[in-house]
Design a binder for this molecule. Structure first.
Ligand code: ATP
Length: 516
């Protein structure tokens, strides 16, 4: 059943709440904006995403090791990394609605509207002409070319202003384009000013600036400051990587789009330490490896794309995003950055400690270069949900058309791998047998025992949380120790022996199949 992208997003948000995937934080107090809690199925799915990442990085690479650094770090870390001075977003307030916006996002929103006009023209033309050549149409149709030129001009102006930290120019662009506040419709804007995204707090035993602590805005710095500790204790040789999964905090000005932009979120980052000069080779390697990681989950290739950064961060000499087509458009899911020796050199300078590596093959010491891969766990979660959510028309028990909502998540990520369902709940011989099977299978993977409601309803509940297999215990089970096993995607039911259930489920749900 076709669902519009806008509806799809609303449905995913509602589904996440209804089925125990994600709740608004502190909901009984009307919630805390852009902070979310993961419920029972959400935390299982999120853990599976993390496990898939960790295994593919740490378990499968001899030369990548994992760490778990603290969220709090010495405050000088953030001076050295550049976050105290440069981790800013351009903030602008509308004086009438009192709403805050990111100036660059207001301008991007304006460009999105022009892009939507182009899309409309293209769609109209595609319906009109046979053998429609979109690229040719985009480059020759005068109206489309004019729209595209307008986007390019604005984009360049904005990027230049961002690169130069020119807040006055950003304000000027907003004024020139006559951008109005989406809330009040007014164009009564304050000046644009820099807003630092780091949350801070205070150490109990030191007052003033000295005791100021930050909640880390990225996990990467915990890896950089531990570079030598890890290298020495594991005797790794360059090239080698350090991987970490952990919380990061950013005081986002406009936090919306559900878990896409949160103030507290989780990152899965890997810093790969390499010889200076080899960064482009490794950058290409990790670009490819990370794209394969996403594709292995069965995500359609058309929903993933690379987007080179127009504006390189202060630490990078090459950077690309892997974008995913969320219901609200293609947006960043993961970043791959060639960070040069910026971070280690900065920490070396600020700490006064050498952070060099002696390369025995070259017989020389150097500060290694770094290629980083950084994917948001929560964005990955949202991508998986967007990909998996489907509404299908299927025949019900009476053969009538019925709608089923199903999460077609890759079975290796599914929160529950197998549901154990006695056909009837008031027949003790069935429930007893089902519980024995359940107690046995739960040692191997996450299972759920459910005896409440008619069997069809129980299947629907499992479909809605993405359970790949449902095992039903019926009267035949009592005679010959066989059960029916139902496949979530094909809806096919097969009769198999109880002793074969475990292997049947494992053969589709084990993580190893993602790596083959
Ligand atoms: P954006 O441009 O969307 O703000 P970013 O370029 O600042 O993201 P990075 O600093 O590269 O993001 O962080 C790496 C990854 O962390 C991102 O690709 C994203 O998946 C995730 N991430 C960053 N900020 C947030 C956030 N506020 N909420 C959820 N995930 C985030």
């Amino acid at each position: 059943m076709a669902i519009s992208q806008e509806d799809l997003f609303k449905k995913i948000v509602a589904h996440c709440k209804e089925y125990g995937f994600i709740y608004q934080s502190s909901e009984i107090y009307d919630g805390l904006s852009a902070v979310y809690d993961y419920g029972p199925y959400g935390s299982l799915l999120k853990n599976n995403i993390k496990e898939y990442w960790w295994k593919s990085m740490v378990q499968l690479h001899d030369n990548i090791v994992g760490i778990d650094a603290a969220i709090f770090m010495h405050p000088t870390t953030w001076k050295a990394s550049g976050h105290v001075d440069a981790f800013n977003d351009p903030l602008v307030d509308n004086k009438d609605s009192k709403k805050r916006y990111r100036a660059d996002q207001l301008i991007e929103g304006y460009m999105d509207k022009i892009e939507a006009k182009i899309k409309k023209e293209v769609e109209k033309a595609a319906n009109r002409f046979e053998n429609f050549d979109e690229a040719m149409y985009r480059s020759t149709n005068p109206r489309v070319v004019e729209y595209q030129n307008e986007i390019n001009t604005i984009d360049k102006r904005m990027n230049d202003a961002m690169k130069n930290g020119d807040m006055a120019e950003l304000k000027q662009i907003i004024e020139d384009l006559q951008i109005a506040c989406p809330e009040s419709g007014s164009r009564n804007w304050t000046d644009v000013r820099q807003f630092n995204l780091m949350f801070n707090t205070q150490l109990g035993n030191i007052s003033g600036e000295e005791g100021k602590l930050y909640l880390r805005p990225e996990t990467a710095q915990g890896i950089f400051v531990n570079f030598l500790n890890v290298q020495k204790t594991t005797r790794q040789k360059v090239p080698f990587g350090i991987a970490q999964i952990g919380k990061a905090f950013r005081n986002e000005i406009v936090a919306r789009q559900f878990i896409f932009r949160m103030r507290e979120f989780e990152q899965m980052e890997m810093q790969f330490f390499i010889r200076p000069g080899s960064e482009m080779e490794w950058y290409e390697y990790w670009k490819n490896a990370r794209m394969q990681w996403h594709l292995a989950l069965g995500t359609d290739a058309s929903k993933l794309k690379f987007k080179d950064h127009d504006n390189l961060a202060h630490y990078a000499n090459a950077a690309v995003d892997i974008q995913f087509e969320f219901p609200f458009g293609f947006k960043e899911l993961e970043g791959i950055h060639s960070r040069t020796d910026y971070d280690l050199s900065q920490h070396q300078q600020f700490s006064g400690k050498k952070l060099q590596y002696f390369d025995t093959e070259l017989n020389q010491s150097y500060v290694p270069y770094v290629v980083e891969t950084s994917v948001g766990c929560d964005r990955m979660f949202l991508a998986m949900m967007s990909n998996a959510y489907q509404e299908e028309t299927v025949p019900d028990a009476q053969g009538e058309d019925a709608t089923r909502t199903v999460l077609k998540i890759h079975p290796a990520l599914s929160p529950i791998k197998c549901a154990i369902l006695p056909l009837l709940k008031n027949k003790e011989e069935l429930t007893k047998k089902a519980k024995t099977i359940y107690d046995n299978l739960k040692l191997a993977f996450t299972c759920q025992y459910d005896e409440k409601d008619a069997i069809g309803k129980r299947y629907r509940r499992q479909d809605a949380i993405g359970t790949p297999f449902c095992v039903t215990i019926d009267f035949e089970t009592l005679e010959n120790d066989t059960v029916t096993i139902r496949d979530r995607d094909t809806l096919k039911q097969e009769r198999i022996s109880i002793k074969d259930i475990e292997q049947a489920v494992l053969s589709k749900t084990e993580m190893r199949y993602l790596f083959s």
